[in-house]
Design a protein around this ligand. Structure first.
Ligand code: FAD
Ligand code: NAP
Length: 339
């Protein structure tokens, strides 16, 4: 039985800790409740938003509509053989809890994605990625409920149109489906251990580990992230505020003439330049302005010192975009969803 509440503060429901209100708010605890909700007149007629852990969202004003907060829990192995386990996870489960479950069972594939906040249902939305792994590599299928009809549709991996922090759910099907479950394909042996990225190898070496297991990699990622990223329970943030820009080879060659030390990586389309470096070069790293600031250890992370409004964070983001464009002729795009 669904319960639609009115005038609810969203402060506990977004990791920036922004104190705005939702006109209507409904906790959704099962797919049946979801289908019941989408069939109500209220849901049909109001503006609607699906909310997971609120760790990739910036609210700049009250939400004048209905929020469906995802609390659909549960997981099961739907199929397995000697090599692979197929784990179907309901979308309200916390992503990191599922990573820990897999690590405990020695199922490989998502250990590099340890300690990413938020829900399983939001993971395909922006094809979450970290330390050289993207969730698309382990997604077999995504099940979703169409908001206009209540119809359940299954999307095979290819149909999700995954890209760098992108998917069909963030583009063509934006705000059209509620992802209700995700099926992951996990290795049971011959794991593809990936330690080549960032500080993982160095951290493992300091831990005196030469033949890393899945658990070792997960432990290393957790250690690095805990030391570098602010804890959103203490300092409100939504992780990287911007995507790393991918620019053409030609634009990169010109950039390198003026900035020979610019870090770069090959990308699907051209060259990836770390947004954090660009922001740091513009002098923003560690700066604070009233209630908001740029994190001292990672310039990609904007923080709320406690009482910031979403507009204050948005306005800081706009200033950063302008100054990066002025210096490098590169336009940063927010990764965070802004409402
Ligand atoms: P929300 O913020 O609640 O929602 C995000 C978007 O997805 C919204 O548009 C929402 O409407 C939509 N959505 C949510 N659930 C569903 C659903 N079930 N069906 C349809 N649409 C849905 N991200 C990375 O990729 N890599 C990282 O390493 C990483 N590190 C982070 C570190 C920190 C400290 C923080 C705060 C964030 C980090 N993030 C990272 C960003 C964020 O955690 C992920 O994008 C996460 O997947 C968001 O999950 P969520 O449940 O909080 O989504
Ligand atoms: P980092 O190691 O300081 O590296 C800075 C950037 O360079 C990263 O954003 C990464 O791009 C890129 N990079 C580093 N090594 C690379 C390689 N070998 N090949 C290709 N690209 C490389 O980054 P960090 O800030 O500490 O973050 C570590 C990882 O966690 C990154 O993958 C990052 O995306 C992820 N993370 C994401 C969020 C988020 O909210 N989205 C928040 C925190 C951390 P990519 O970002 O494309 O990987």
């Amino acid at each position: 039985m669904i319960n639609i509440q009115e005038n609810i503060s969203l402060r506990p429901y977004n990791t920036f800790g922004i104190d705005v209100k939702a006109k209507y708010f409904c906790q959704v605890k099962s797919t049946a409740e979801l289908i019941e909700l989408v069939q109500t007149d209220l849901f049909r007629n109001e503006r609607r938003l699906i909310l997971g852990g609120g760790s990739n969202i910036l609210f700049t004003k009250d939400f004048d509509g209905i929020i469906a907060h995802n609390s659909i829990l549960g997981k099961e192995i739907v199929h397995e053989n000697g090599d692979t386990a197929f784990l179907e996870v309901n979308s309200g489960a916390l992503w990191h809890d599922i990573v820990m479950h897999c690590v405990q069972n020695n199922w490989g594939g998502i250990e590099n994605l340890s300690l990413i906040p938020g829900t399983v249902g939001a993971a395909p939305m922006q094809n979450i990625g970290a330390y050289g792994v993207e969730v698309r590599e382990v997604i077999e299928k995504v099940e979703a409920v169409e908001l206009s009809t209540g119809r359940v549709k299954s999307f095979a991996n290819k149909e999700c149109k995954f890209g760098y922090r992108e998917s069909i759910f963030k583009n063509d099907l934006k705000e059209k489906f509620f992802i209700s479950s995700v099926t992951l394909t996990l290795s049971k042996k011959n794991h593809r251990i990936n330690t080549s990225y960032g500080a993982i190898a160095e951290t493992l070496s300091k831990m005196n580990i030469t033949q890393p297991t899945i658990k070792n990699v997960s432990d290393a990622v957790i250690k690095i992230r805990s030391e570098k990223l602010p804890d959103f329970k203490i300092l409100g943030n939504a992780g990287s505020f911007f995507k790393n820009p991918e620019i053409s080879e030609e634009q990169f060659s010109k950039l390198q003439i003026d900035f020979p030390s610019v870090p770069h990586y090959s990308a699907n389309q051209g060259v990836k330049v770390p947004a954090g470096w660009l922001i740091e070069q513009c002098g923003w790293k560690g700066k604070t302005f009233d209630h908001v600031g740029v994190h001292a250890k990672q310039a990609l992370v904007l923080v709320n010192y406690g009482e910031a409004s979403g507009d204050e964070i948005f306005s800081l983001a706009q200033k950063i975009i302008s100054s990066v464009h002025e210096k490098f002729l590169i336009t940063l795009t927010p990764e965070v969803n802004i409402f």
